[in-house]
Design a protein around this ligand. Sequence first.
Ligand SMILES: [Zn+2]
Ligand SMILES: [Zn+2]
Length: 324
Amino acid sequence: MTREILKGIYQIHVPLPGNPLKYLNSYLIKGNDRSLLIDTGFNWPECKEAQLKAMDELGMDWAQIDFFITHAHGDHVGLVNELADKDARVYCSEIDAQIVQMFIHSRYWELSDMFFKQHGYPVEKLTRKHDDIEGYISGGGNIQFTPVKEGDTLRVGNYRLYCIETPGHSPGHMCLYEPDKKLIFSGDHILDGITSNITAWGGSYDCLGLYLKSLEKIDALDIKLVLPAHRKLISDYHQRIAELVTHHEERLQEILDILHGGFMSAYQVASRMHWDLTYDSWEEFPDFQRWFATGEAIAHLEHLAERGKVKRVQQEELMLYELA
Ligand SMILES: [Zn+2]
Ligand SMILES: [Zn+2]
């Protein structure tokens, strides 16, 4: 399903079967010489079929298409290696381009497992296989990215697109802003109806702090229409941003309340937080849901530590948190 949103801008409905996100909004901007496809879908046959059909309907030739990848997640970058012609440009932030290339190395997942174990996650229960990543991202290590940074401009047809760095959901997440038409392609930075996952990426990133700053940055722009990568288009972005900020402030308060019970690991905190999932208990959550939940808890705890509200307590191999 493809529809023209504005002159020369097409939204492509890419199904993500079995995934709670349901579908990806990919966008094609038609240019005179070269066109630009924003985000691709997973390396799944259903996603590829949707893209091939859409470009066919629009009469596009793949040899004329360049790509813009908002961030490193598989639902955004997964198909680019399959779809891109050998001369195509694949724009992405330097940081997320590196992350995509790291995803395919088992060492990355070993370090990630160590990090989660340090936060109390029972990693021995993880069923993820390191080879699974090919299923989400085709040829991650072979993608030749063209790095873009804040303020770089891409000209496509009548559109002038500014790269805006919006770290938080991923360390190198990037939006594309069209100041004359007052449009923004927001990737997973601003979504309607769902909140994007803010997790820990290891190292010293205060991902939630970065995310909140990146929301402020978009709030200050003049925008008529937000074109997000999932769910509906957004016109009242000030209101949506205010809701997202409130959501995270409430989560931070919830965690402070939980820590009144004494010091605990991020995994223990996550097990006591409220999650909009239909399982009766934390024990019944599938492993990957507990993994995501733990990542969210770490991001919120680390942000509280940055605000001076909680203290980190290293206990042998384990990282614990208590009220400051
Ligand atoms: Zn994402
Ligand atoms: Zn996404």
